[in-house]
Ligand binder design. Sequence first.
Ligand code: MRU
Length: 353
Amino acid sequence: MTGLPAHHPVETLRWRDGRLEMIDQRILPMRFEYLSYANADEVAQGIRSMVVRGAPAIGCAAAYGVALQALAHQHVNADEFAKAMDHGFEVLAASRPTAVNLFWALQRMRESVQSHSQLSPPQLASLLLTLAHGIAAEDVRINQAMGAHGAALLADGARVLTHCNAGALATAGHGTALGVFRSAVAAGKTIHVIADETRPFLQGARLTAWEMVQENIPVTLITDNMAGHLMKQGEIDAVVVGTDRVAANGDVANKIGTYMVAVLAHRHGIPFYVACPLSTIDMQLANGDAIPIEERHPDEVMGFGAQRWAPPGVNVRNPAFDVTPAELVSGLITEKGVVHQPNEAKLKKLFQS
Ligand code: MRU
């Protein structure tokens, strides 16, 4: 089992010797290792295979993927450079479909390429790398702002359920939902985190539990099917989760199982909050029905790692995300403040202010 040196923040992505390094989240918490990436194809594979995961972290990785693609091809002729860049954007955009941060980051990188067409490939490569660093640094600042707004919603001593991992590992640092817990603890509150295991990829059991244990934030791990019982027993005061995409009407796509938690929270009168940077809101989509839901490989449901427990030949479904209707969302915690009972008018206003 692995741990970080004391007071060492999790660096999900880092730039080392002209390459991107990312923590291999498939093997945490048993091993803590970085893998190294040199071009867009490699980064896309890292995203697809879940070395890096979590909406904001995927966006940051994609931005670095574009910068790496430019650096890797900066010495070829202009035509070949343009072709390599088109390929880079394409392969990164095809890596995972649900988290809108991926497309948001690619769009920012593309706009920069288009508005600097007069630059030589080496100049453009250097500019794209600066932009990727900027997107990662901005993500941490946004998470800290969300953390402050979200922390104010939690009472001292609150027992808060979270689903999946919306922590430092899912972002460039601090986290969204776990950022709220970190900020509340930093403000002097006692917070007890209840982490859903999050079948089938176990982001809760492996990643959220690991992050909280690293920082001595009290955490209790439960399997996903225990949440209703704990709510009924009065052992959960609030739910805070992250999100991969929020539609214009406030419908929330997040890790499979989130909808079930939201329905349970509603039934038990428990507030259900979603930590959501503006980069995760997709005003192009009228409602959650239009959000593409990734369907992943059956192997993830049939076992974990090398271990298999389901019989070969069984039919399997593996949707990786679900959509929680806006009516079940008590509030979206954004970097601009909390949007209570979100709807289209409130979200539009958020982008205007
Ligand atoms: O499949 P994953 O692990 O990428 O799914 C991650 C989630 O669903 C997170 O809750 C979401 O991306 C928010 S992360 C701040």
